[in-house]
Write a protein that binds this ligand. Structure first.
Ligand code: SF4
Length: 488
């Protein structure tokens, strides 16, 4: 497959028209879906391809070239160590997260990297992972090439593109989805989703579940989504109980634990995430506390994300705190059940999928509107659904949430997913809650802007945006505040 640059103008919709809920909400590790998870998955796929060629044990060395945004912000985003984890064959969903921060030193000490944990090749990070900041590949700003040098044979070279949210595209093998699928209720735009709810006289969550049954049973859907919810709660728990300074050299102190201590008072030691969340739900917060709790939840997740912790990519890692914060707000203040938490996540995922099909969830393509803006839209619609709003009100909430993120730039200082990213999640969560309440009180028929209008506007804005503001750390705060990066 040859991918050419003029296709850059086409949103991700040409890449995949059927997206599972579990593609939009994935368990993984921080700090970045496009710059950490994507390259990690690319390395895993590379291993698969080398093994399929029967060549793993012939590999004498491996080297990696990173291009475009991956090269410019990859050091701060942990791209190098993510690739090393992938080449080791570690699964981002289940791996021991402590290994991530140890691996660089382990490999440096041993002077080798064990492919699939058993086939050792000499490896020196500075030599074998090259950040080619002055070069870009066609097709997408997040390009990379992995080369395996083999004994007595041609090198195996593969190019991959990390297109946001942990999705990757391989130059030769295409997208991760093995085959195109036709869902019972095809949805390309918000209008399609609304029409299905009207034709079937059902909620948004019902339509999404109907499509998800193409891939899995109801039992699997429910179990998987409850696991996503529990992973979000565990992440918030860890973030609320961990103090210290985030890695990377920016010397950003964690704040969630201090805020948590203030809100919880003396009784703030818990044996498990369940016990902790039960105590949070019992706190019966007043309005002032609600705002602080939502901020605390969002900060907690993104501090964990910045520290290579386990998070749910929703729809990206940089924006991973928005949906858990809004979900926790609902779980703590509403009459929530497992069933309503599942409906929340079904709706959130579908809204994210529509953005992915019609625009982008990649900051390298669209700036931070593609991350925080999309996650706020997802959370806003989900909150309306579980608060008893109509499908039209849910879409209206998503529209309002995105409308007030249009043009938001991506300018992470030092390429680290810390400033402005962590606070931005708290702001996104509060905007999502505000948007949901405006929509619940609103009349969608009178709205002047539809969700599809705002998605198309977001995409146009993305194309008009200067490349400096698209995850390159070449504009905005990233150039105003210099920092010396310490790679993990
Ligand atoms: S500024 Fe926004 S888009 Fe950029 S890395 Fe941070 S959270 Fe992601």
């Amino acid at each position: 497959m040859t991918i050419v640059s003029d296709q850059l103008d086409i949103p991700d919709r040409r890449i995949r028209s059927a997206i599972s809920v579990f593609d939009m909400l994935k368990i993984g590790v921080g700090p970045s879906s496009s710059h950490t998870l994507g390259p990690w998955r690319a390395a895993l796929r590379f291993l698969d391809e080398v093994e399929a060629a029967g060549a793993l044990t012939d590999v004498e060395s491996v080297n990696v070239d990173l291009y475009g945004s991956l090269a410019k912000t990859g050091r701060g985003h942990g791209t190098g160590v993510a690739i090393m984890m992938g080449l080791r064959g570690e699964d981002p969903e289940t791996c021991e997260v402590d290994l991530i921060t140890r691996l660089g030193a382990d490999v440096a000490l041993a002077g080798e990297l064990r492919l699939r944990r058993h086939h050792g090749v000499p490896f020196e990070r500075e030599r074998d992972i090259q950040f080619r900041t002055d070069q870009s590949l066609d097709f997408h700003p997040n390009g990379m090439a992995i080369t395996a040098v083999r004994a007595n044979d041609e090198p195996l070279v593969r190019r991959y593109f990390s297109i946001g949210g942990g999705f990757i595209v391989g130059e030769d093998t295409g997208v991760e989805a093995p085959e195109p699928v036709t869902l019972p209720f095809p949805i390309e735009m918000a209008q399609d989703l609304l029409r299905w709810t009207q034709d079937l006289d059902c909620s948004i969550a019902d339509v999404v579940r109907g499509n998800e049954r193409h891939w899995r049973t109801d039992d699997e859907i429910d179990t998987g989504l409850l696991r996503i919810r529990d992973t979000m709660v565990e992440c918030m728990f860890r973030g609320c109980c961990t103090e210290g300074v985030l890695p990377g050299g920016l010397e950003v102190s964690r704040r969630a634990a201090g805020l948590h201590q203030t809100l919880m008072g003396a009784a703030s030691e818990f044996d498990s995430a369940d016990d902790w969340f039960h105590a949070v739900c019992s706190a019966r917060p007043n309005f002032d506390h609600t705002v602080r709790w939502v901020s605390c939840f969002a900060l907690a997740v993104n501090e964990e994300n910045a520290a290579f912790g386990r998070v749910v990519t929703a729809p990206t890692n940089g924006a991973a705190g928005v949906i858990p914060a809004v979900l926790a707000h609902y779980l703590a203040t509403g009459t929530a059940t497992d069933e309503s938490a599942i409906r929340f996540l079904l709706v959130a995922a579908e809204i994210g999928a529509i953005f992915k099909k019609r625009a982008t969830i990649s900051a390298a393509m669209g700036g931070c509107q593609a991350e925080i803006g999309v996650s706020a839209a997802m959370a806003a619609a989900a909150l309306v659904e579980v608060r008893g709003g109509t499908p039209a009100q849910a879409l209206m909430a998503a529209e309002i949430a995105m409308e007030h993120h249009l043009g938001l730039t991506c300018d992470p200082i030092g390429g680290l997913v810390q400033v402005p990213c962590i606070e931005r999640n708290a702001m996104g969560a509060m905007k999502a809650i505000t948007a949901a309440h405006l929509a619940l009180e609103g009349l969608p028929d009178l709205a002047r802007v539809t969700l599809d209008d705002v998605i198309d506007t977001m995409w146009q804005t993305a194309q008009d945006m200067n490349v400096k503001y698209k995850e390159t750390s070449e504009g905005g705060l990233a150039v105003r505040i210099p920092v010396r990066i310490i790679e993990c």
